[in-house]
Design a binder for this molecule. Structure first.
Ligand code: SF4
Length: 308
């Protein structure tokens, strides 16, 4: 399943058109799969079938509370929580080893939902995560996840794709024996990208890295990636992007002519006002960088051609 340089994400198998649902059907979301397939290798996982349940099978439901939900066959006392948990505890470490960098779940499924599965309780119906989704987040907390309905929104999809790419770079860092020095470099390379999502998180992450001396690097990395993923989940708006572009411009404005400066400022403003796409001011910045290389800016993930 792994190819050199390819980023792999897990996907609820029924979304890919596989007939694995309880009723023997699929829930194809081909438009979304096509969009994600341009960026990632999509790896199908059906928790219920992989845990040994048949197709077709009796429909199931969650009951209890969102933090302690259990899975049962509807209208019976057949509880499948143990079966699913047992499978998940063995399967998730394998998925992690295979290098999945994100997961797209089927909405509202008692196994797969991110947060909108109905949970039957004495207080009536509540909403919460499916059983497999809970296990995945428990064992790989920073893994980017989203459901197919949320990802129909282009901005949410772009945000998810970005988080997955960052997580992949994070995995690469972790595979190279992380050190404080490497973490500082990682943080520095992602500066503009983080700023485009949340200045607050950029500042908190900076303090975390700057204040780290001695102590466990593993613990520091865990705190860093959790905070980073929290920040990246906030959407990058036109206003935030425009501020970041102006910030980037500050690094080489002294070498630009008055006309070049004005043209770049106009391009950023047109983007801010919604009359030009982000790639317009970014292309100008890249052109200027080719003429006037700045090592710090050249390392910025935010300006990476492949990233936009
Ligand atoms: S929602 Fe999840 S458990 Fe249900 S059929 Fe799809 S992949 Fe399988």
């Amino acid at each position: 399943m792994e190819g050199p340089g390819k980023i792999i994400i897990g996907v609820s198998s029924c979304l890919l058109g596989n007939k694995v649902r309880y009723d023997g059907k699929s829930r194809s979301d081909l438009a979304l799969m096509r969009a994600l397939g341009k960026a990632f290798v999509l790896f199908p996982v059906c928790p219920e079938v992989e845990a040994g349940l048949s197709v077709p099978r009796e429909p199931m439901e969650l009951y209890g509370t969102p933090s302690q939900a259990r899975l049962r066959v509807i209208g019976s006392d057949i509880d499948l929580t143990g079966v699913m948990d047992h499978w998940a505890k063995k399967r998730i470490p394998v998925l992690a080893k295979q290098g999945i960098c994100g997961f797209v779940f089927k909405s509202r499924s008692p196994s797969c939902a991110v947060d909108d599965a109905v949970i039957i309780s004495e207080k009536g119906g509540q909403k919460g995560p499916g059983l497999f989704r809970s296990s995945l987040t428990e064992l790989i907390p920073p893994l980017p996840v989203a459901d197919n309905e949320d990802l129909a929104d282009a901005a949410v999809r772009e945000n998810f794709i970005e988080r997955v790419r960052v997580y992949r770079r994070w995995q690469d860092l972790c595979a190279r024996r992380p050190s404080l020095c490497k973490l500082v470099a990682f943080h520095s390379d992602h500066k503009l990208l983080i700023m485009a999502h949340s200045l607050k998180h950029y500042s908190l992450l900076g303090k975390l890295v700057a204040g780290a001396k001695g102590g466990s690097i593993r613990l520091l990395c865990d705190r860093y990636i959790a905070l980073l993923m929290e920040g990246l989940q906030l959407n990058a708006t036109r206003g935030k992007h425009a501020n970041v572009l102006q910030h980037a411009m500050g690094y080489f404005k002294n070498v630009l002519s008055a006309q070049e400066k004005q043209e770049l400022l106009n391009s950023i403003e047109q983007y801010r006002l919604g009359t030009a796409p982000l790639r317009s001011p970014l292309a100008r910045i890249r052109r200027h960088l080719r003429k006037h290389p700045d090592e710090y800016l050249l390392r910025q993930v935010y300006l990476d051609q492949q990233h936009r």
